[in-house]
Design a protein around this ligand. Sequence first.
Ligand SMILES: Nc1nc2c(c(=O)[nH]1)N[C@H]1C(S)=C(S)[C@@H](COP(=O)(O)O)O[C@H]1N2
Ligand SMILES: [Mo]
Length: 323
Amino acid sequence: MHILKKRSWEMPEREATPESVFLNRRKILAGLAGTGAIAAFAGTGFVPRAAFAEEDPSSGLYPPERDASYTLDRAVTPEDVTSRYNNFYEFGTDKQVYRAAQKLEIRPWSVTLDGMIDNPQVVDIDTLVNKMPLEERLYRHRCVEAWSMAVPWSGFALSELVKMAGPQSGAKYLRFETFMDPSIASGQKQSWYPWPYVEGLTLEEATNELTFMATGIYGKPLLKQFGAPIRLVTPWKYGFKSIKSVVRISFTDERPVNFWQSLQDQEYGFWANVNPEVPHPRWSQASERLLGTDERRDTLLYNGYAEQVAGLYKDMTGERLFM
Ligand SMILES: Nc1nc2c(c(=O)[nH]1)N[C@H]1C(S)=C(S)[C@@H](COP(=O)(O)O)O[C@H]1N2
Ligand SMILES: [Mo]
């Protein structure tokens, strides 16, 4: 292929994230709220650019300042693409779950911190986001199904939450759990899935600088289909590790068995680090489709984050690090 491509360093920042647009849209929506003007759009065919943005008690916190040390080698994927193409099995097995996901009630919401920690607690989401140092980061995201996106997450380093929890000396793993409510998430009525969705990280992975708890995206609170109000982001791992709508984080000395691993251990494991040279048993992982474009790109080892994370796995033997 001989396609002339813009390199990341040729890409103007404003192209990467048009923050001014988000800011203005927020102001416009805030201005309309309470005037009945939003309701007046009903039936006129007006569709907000983002699927189902809505007022959120934390919206004043966004967008936080961007940490410029995380840069991309590609354009940010447009919000109207990523907000209509999601994996969220609680709401269905296809990618068009954004409508169904609006049933999720994200207030009140709390996250339970428990297990081998000095400070077990149940923390309200608004207390948490007001307490944590919010920032924005541009990250790539590589799904195990060989599509990818690049998005501006807002949130905080998971290491901050680990600090708050105060892990005890025996704690080796974090086990994350998604909400469980089949009355709103019809996918959870399908009893052959091991609900609730569970994921896990080692304590070392959890405190790596890259590991992020996202509470926002595109300069606003997370839309429900992205896993509101809080989801994990581990950009060097396949997307299924990035567990959505987290309600519990338990510190343990036992390696958690994640949702996909308990369904299909031969295809999905604990580590799930991105590696173009290790194919999925049923397809190649060598390249990826960039959502919202007709471009395919070669996939990068650790999804391009080897510098930050390769050291975590340096001395590991006998582990299936790349599935
Ligand atoms: N609870 C929960 N978390 C989840 C999933 C899911 O089905 N349920 N899907 C995962 C997969 S496979 C991917 S690729 C990402 C998709 O995130 P996005 O829809 O925000 O792009 O979420 C991950 N987190
Ligand atoms: Mo995925």
